[in-house]
Design a protein around this ligand. Structure first.
Ligand code: ADP
Length: 387
């Protein structure tokens, strides 16, 4: 990695001996010009970061004011996710290094188990990994804003085409136009309707990721009833029944979760088989998380598509299913990912499908968590989508 200037490293370490060792080891093996500043506590670290920019923070997890993962979590809570952090741990056996990576650190080193060469390597690769992560974030942001602008600018002309197609049809009807003319106008209306849905879904998809997830303890049972009520037209049109079992509470963003429920229930009805659609929403409490299942008796899905259907614009249906743009499950996937849950499908052709997802349980005794202060969620922030 090319750096045009000396690399600035902030070492957060309360042991003078360790700090001296670190400086000496890095000086020996890391050939790029660098400067190391030392903070002996988290408080001092925040003061230095408020005044200057550093290319890398090396954070000892055992500090006077906090220990273990709590140190890293506090760091991200206060500073946000915009600093690359290598963690120094005292003990390699407790999986704390791996947990640190999951929490956002770019690497970890176990004290007493690394020498000058390993340290130089970790710093070099850590900086490169960080550069790649930033480049990827930037590319994703550009793509999202491109999709957003394109969808936003298409919305108005597409709506206008729909309005004028409708007016033309009314005029044609009033002068008893021939059936082919009426058929063509009807087709224009249908396709415009389809284009409007695509543009709306694209807009919703592109804004996912821009706002913080607002986490509260959510009553999923009540929310599912709300989702079904929002789908009344679809339920009545297809003569569907929706059964809702007792559902445990989850820690989630209510505005996002209702769209997941609506998408899954609506798909269960939309992709029905020969039988009248029957959807069941059930849930079970697992350790620290809840698993929600949306079961249907629909046409089923071939196992070879189990993963692909969660990708944007992946549809399995053809012309006989004009509705849908292939973004519903991609949106569900993003929303569940933003909550650090999992979503998957189990299905059998001709029998039906079960879409399952997991969400964290609410923390004991706490009804709400401020998402802005949660480093994991604030840096994978998502916003509400509407149908
Ligand atoms: P859309 O419904 O707009 O096509 P989705 O992302 O919601 O997009 O679904 C992707 C594809 O997965 C659908 O086109 C459909 O073929 C399939 N699918 C989704 N849900 C079901 C279901 N409950 N039963 C059968 N197939 C489904």
């Amino acid at each position: 990695m090319e750096f045009p200037r000396p690399i600035r490293i902030l070492l957060v370490e309360d042991s003078r001996d360790q700090a001296v060792f670190f400086q000496a080891a890095l000086g020996k093996a890391f050939k790029h010009a660098h400067r190391i500043d030392l903070a002996e506590s988290l408080g001092q670290c925040f003061e230095l970061l408020a005044d200057s920019r550093y290319d890398l923070v090396v954070l000892d997890l055992g500090l006077p004011e906090s220990q273990g993962l709590e140190t890293l979590n506090t760091f991200f809570r206060v500073m946000g996710p915009s600093n690359p952090v290598i963690v120094l741990t005292a003990n390699s056996s407790e999986g704390i290094g791996e947990s640190s990576i999951r929490s956002g650190a770019i690497d970890f080193l176990t004290k007493g188990e690394f020498g000058a060469d390993q340290l130089a390597r970790a710093v070099r690769y850590g900086l490169e990994r960080w550069r790649q992560r930033m480049a990827l974030d930037e590319a994703q942001r550009n793509l999202k804003s491109f999709a957003h602008v394109a969808a936003h600018d298409l919305k108005s002309p597409v709506n206008s085409i729909g309005v004028y197609a409708h007016l033309l049809k009314q005029k044609a009807l009033s002068r008893e136009a021939d059936s082919e003319e009426l058929e063509f106008l009807g087709l224009i209306e249908n396709f415009t309707d389809q284009a409007e849905k695509l543009v709306d879904s694209l807009l919703h998809f592109s804004v996912l990721g821009e706002k913080a997830v607002n986490l509260t303890a959510v009553d999923v049972e009540r929310l599912t009833r709300q989702a079904v009520s929002n789908l009344t037209a679809r339920v009545e049109e297809d003569g569907a029944t929706v059964e809702i079992e007792n559902l445990p509470k989850v820690q989630a963003d209510e505005g996002l979760l209702i769209h997941v429920l609506q998408n899954l229930i609506s798909n269960g009805i939309k992709y029905h088989g020969d039988a009248r659609p029957h959807i069941k929403v059930s849930g079970r409490q697992l350790a620290g998380e809840v698993e929600i299942s949306v079961t249907d008796n629909g046409r089923g899905i071939d196992p070879k598509y189990f993963n692909r259907i969660f990708e944007p614009f992946k549809r399995l249906t053809g012309r006989e299913d004009p509705e849908g743009v292939g973004l519903g499950l991609a949106i569900c996937n993003r929303v569940i990912e933003a909550h650090h849950g999992r979503i998957w499908v189990e299905s059998e052709i001709g029998v039906g499908s079960v879409f399952k997802f997991t969400l964290p349980s609410p923390p004991d005794g706490s009804e709400t968590i401020d998402a802005e202060s949660d480093p994991v969620f604030s840096h994978e922030a998502k916003t509400a989508v509407n149908n």
